[in-house]
Design a protein around this ligand. Sequence first.
Ligand SMILES: C[S@@+](CC[C@H](N)C(=O)[O-])C[C@H]1O[C@@H](n2cnc3c(N)ncnc32)[C@H](O)[C@@H]1O
Length: 437
Amino acid sequence: MLDMTGSPMLDNGNELTVTVDALGPRGDGIADSEAGRLYIAGALPGEIVRVRTLGKRGGGLAAKLLEVCTSAPERVGPSCRHFAACGGCTVQHLDMASYRVWKQGLVATAVARVGFKPDVVAPLVATVTDGRRRATFAAFRPRAKRAKFFFGFHARASRHVVELEQCLILRPELMELVPQLRAILLDLVPPGARWDVSMTLADNGIDLLIAANHDPGPDAGKALAMFADAQDIARIAWRHTQQSEVEPVAFRQVPVLEISGVSVEIPPGVFLQASADAERVLGELVTAAAGGARVADLYCGVGTFALPLAAAGANVIAVDGDAAAIGALARAAGMAGFGGQVETEVRDLVRRPLAAADLAGAETIVFDPPRGGAQVQVAEIAQTNAARVVAVSCNPTTFARDARTLADAGFTLQRVTPVDQFIWSGHVELVGVFSRL
Ligand SMILES: C[S@@+](CC[C@H](N)C(=O)[O-])C[C@H]1O[C@@H](n2cnc3c(N)ncnc32)[C@H](O)[C@@H]1O
């Protein structure tokens, strides 16, 4: 059964008092009870808590925290007033030192599970707190007459939309646009519709991409174009969720981002690291680890690593499945005078991985796949004689699997550096460095 906002209604489970044993990878307190394993949002290890069981989760049950009977010494008040309701941050109730140990531990646990020593994992590298330059807001108007309009982030594991007055992790320029955006969408989102509004802060303004299961129509298109003029928004694009094409609604400037001193024109909806600060840290870790005159950058996107590698003097073969990203990288490299150094290819690396023979000339191979990892491509990388492999990943579990493949083929995992790109959440970015010794 769904409530007014389209979220499942909570069932009335059992009330239990339990002791929390651990903090799980999603930031939930984990406790074993007579009802089975419980996942309790907001609970910390060592705490005695009163909970009510909710629906099934994995092999156990989700549980709602009703009362902290005995609190952990590491418990702190959350920094954001929306923490209890919003699904964006999950671990603001733990002091910063313990939080960092927990997050580093997520990576150490994943690599230890496949046989590496946990001490191969360096301490967590922090990045600026309010550095998030992209975020997707949900705009939702229920079908019922006179139903309230919602604009905000999803609540945890829910389609319920939480309205925000503040967000401590977003770049302030994005948060400043939220009231104006809410005001215009209030007039435009039709009953029963849900729009996903992705905001990206480029160097020359904000880039908006709206995804919905219908076309904007002339009235909404015109209103959005006027909104772009009034708010000095660089571009507003629209993506019908059943079609792959993105169409411009308002195109005032091409959004650009500077990567390693090179100006890159950003296609709508293309992958970008979530924060410029984390992008800088990752770029520094990758370029410091890479060596040799020839580098392959697989899953290269718009050139987050290919451009700093070229700037450091390497010849780079940059490959990605997204033609728009590759086009942007090729143009940027050409304009910056790196055209002769950066060779690009659009290629699906799952269906058509580069064979070990194709990678034979590369002294370093960098790969940065989506969350599912790069199993098929890594099987080929493992067969190369590359002196170094640098893996960038946002998923410690698939990274560990791929690292095991490389280690079994004779690569040594030198170190793994976790980078806190997604502060106060269970997500973590990492850079793993391998060498043939
Ligand atoms: C985590 S992003 C990394 C991009 C880039 N390294 C960066 O840091 O900005 C993963 C990239 O993999 C690309 N990708 C996803 N699936 C792919 C596939 N099957 N073959 C090739 N590239 C793929 C995406 O287009 C995206 O650019």
